[in-house]
Ligand binder design. Structure first.
Ligand SMILES: Nc1ncnc2c1ncn2[C@@H]1O[C@H](COP(=O)(O)OP(=O)(O)O)[C@@H](O)[C@H]1O
Ligand SMILES: [Mg+2]
Length: 206
């Protein structure tokens, strides 16, 4: 059982995309709920346009209490957070989660923006010492891979980087636009499914 929060300080990093796909994947193994804690409501929107069986709920406030309630009712809780470390939702999710996943694009600018999340994680760990944070490289371009600059920037960050990176793939966009996950896309989703399964094995306690 795990509470997994997708957090970060930038929009467009992949929090919602990963929240949806990880929640769908985990739901195949155990009772899972996706909590939409971003006032933008993208995860809820995804549920509305599609026909997924995954339960998606608008997160109540305060978020740490809402998470605790959901964690009593479900085995896995995935929390899609707003793109700001200043947001109370990010702070409360970091207090209440077991695993914090921080998607970042492999550009130096995006990695430098993780300084703030690094501080937020440090603060959260004072009260939530079990917290396991991971940087997830998202939208990796296979041929550019991680440039030397990015590798240096990653080394400066005091958060472990998952070995499994998520590549930039059109299927992540098109599936979500249809209210689906890459797990519903048959062969077209196979490569995405396999990297997500690998990520789950690496960062989610079984
Ligand atoms: N691995 C990926 N490959 C291709 N497109 C992606 C990938 N991850 C995210 N995207 C796209 O990038 C945009 C931002 O992603 P999103 O999950 O909404 O970020 P956030 O929730 O952090 O703001 C969306 O259009 C999404 O479809
Ligand atoms: Mg989002």
């Amino acid at each position: 059982m795990a509470v997994i929060a997708l957090v970060g300080n930038k929009g467009g990093a992949g929090k919602t995309t990963l929240s949806i796909n990880l929640a769908v994947a985990l739901a195949e193994q155990a009772d899972t709920v996706l909590m939409d804690a971003d006032p933008q409501g993208s995860s809820v929107q995804w549920k509305v346009i599609g026909d997924s069986h995954l339960p998606v709920v608008v997160a109540g406030e305060p978020l740490d209490e809402a998470i605790a309630t959901m964690a009593r009712q479900h085995q896995h809780v995935v929390v899609d957070c707003p793109p700001s470390v200043q947001a109370p939702q990010t702070h409360e999710a970091l207090q209440a989660c077991d695993v914090a996943l921080i998607p970042v694009q492999p550009s130096p600018v995006d990695l430098w923006a993780t300084v703030h999340i690094e501080q937020a994680i440090e603060r959260a760990k004072q009260a939530n010492s079990q917290l396991s944070p991971w940087l997830i490289i998202n939208q990796l371009e296979p041929r550019t891979t991680l440039s030397r600059l990015v590798r240096e920037a990653v080394a400066e960050i005091d958060i472990p980087v998952a070995e499994t990176a998520i590549r930039r793939r059109a299927i992540y966009r098109s599936s979500v636009l249809e209210g689906k996950s890459v797990y519903d896309m048959g062969r077209r989703g196979a490569d995405a499914v396999s990297e997500l399964n690998q990520l789950i094995r690496e960062v989610i306690p079984s």
